[in-house]
Structures are given as structure tokens and as C-alpha cells.
Design a protein around this ligand. Structure first.
Ligand code: THU
Length: 157
């Protein structure tokens, strides 16, 4: 059956809406996963709980928390925990990371974590998730402009 122009337009816009809704739902799930993994944080010194959920391009979601150390300097942030977990499982392409804290104010990733995320996904979507309210979305290249990365080590032929 031939579809009218109007029907096609309706179908197109409703499928776009469905895609937008699906993206919104998956970001809600990602934010909820980041919030949930805060419970695993090992942070007896700072008492700051951080959870990260990383969506890989293949659809897998990895989670990680901060793991502190009595030496302080050997503390691993949630973002670096989750990147190491994901890469160890064979994922290297990432779409979005949600970073959550138990506190009301969302925490931005520290400089070291920005650099580690840049290694794999310079344009990563970053969702900053507080205990309440809507997550704030930023792009990693806004958080780490003019970044040093793998390209700077590639030899010119
Ligand atoms: N922390 C993270 O997990 N991610 C960040 O990007 C910032 C800081 C953790 C490390 C430490 O356990 C606590 O927050 C306080 O600095």
C-alpha cells in the first residue's frame, strides 16, 4: 500500500521520538547504575562515595567505584576503576559515562581521570549525576580541551 507524504512524515517523526525516548531511558539506567555502585565505594578516609557507569559501543555497561588506600596517593577514582575493568574485558570504544556521588552536588571528574578517559574516547558524553535532580551532560573535550593523547605519539611517515 502506497503511503502518503503525511503518513511518512508522521512515521519518521514518531520513530525519531522513539529513538530519543530510548536514549533518555538508557541514560536514566546508566545514571541509576552509577548511583547504585556508589554503595561499593571503599572510601574510609574521605568518606566520599563515587560510582561510575560506562556504556561501551557494543552495548555493554561497566561499573566501578573509588578504591582508597592508606597511602592516600594510591587511591583509584571510580572513573579509572571502570576504564580498567572495561578494557580488561575487551571494550575500547565508549559512548557515555555517568559519574555519581552520594552527595547532593554532582562531582566533575578529576584531571587524571579526564586524561585516562581521553585515551579511549576524546568526545565521550559525560553525565554528572548528583543524588537528586537531572544529570548534567558535558562532553569530555569541553572538560579537557587541547588534550595530549595517542595522536601526539604517532610517528609522521
Ligand atoms: N574521586 C573519584 O572517584 N573520582 C574523581 O574524579 C574525583 C575523586 C574519589 C577519590 C577519593 O576516593 C575521593 O573521591 C575524594 O577525593
Amino acid at each position: 500500500m502506497a503511503r502518503t507524504k503525511a503518513t511518512r512524515a508522521t512515521t519518521k517523526s514518531s520513530s525519531e521520538t522513539a529513538a530519543e525516548i530510548a536514549a533518555e531511558i538508557s541514560e536514566k539506567v546508566l545514571a541509576a547504575s552509577a548511583r547504585a555502585v556508589c554503595a561499593q565505594a571503599y572510601s574510609p578516609y574521605s568518606h566520599v562515595r563515587v560510582g561510575a557507569a560506562l556504556l561501551a559501543a557494543d552495548g555493554r555497561v561497566f561499573t566501578g567505584c573509588n578504591v582508597e588506600n592508606a597511602s592516600f596517593g594510591l587511591t583509584t577514582c571510580a572513573e579509572r576503576t571502570v576504564v580498567c575493568k572495561a578494557v580488561s574485558e575487551g571494550a575500547r570504544e565508549f559512548v557515555t559515562i555517568a559519574i555519581a556521588t552520594a552527595g547532593a552536588r554532582a562531582l566533575p571528574p578529576c584531571g587524571a581521570c579526564r586524561q585516562v578517559l581521553h585515551e579511549f574516547a576524546p568526545k565521550l558524553r559525560v553525565l554528572l549525576v548528583g543524588a537528586r535532580g537531572k544529570p548534567r551532560a558535558v562532553r569530555l573535550d569541553q572538560l579537557l580541551p587541547s588534550a595530549f593523547g595517542p595522536d601526539h605519539l604517532r610517528r609522521k611517515r
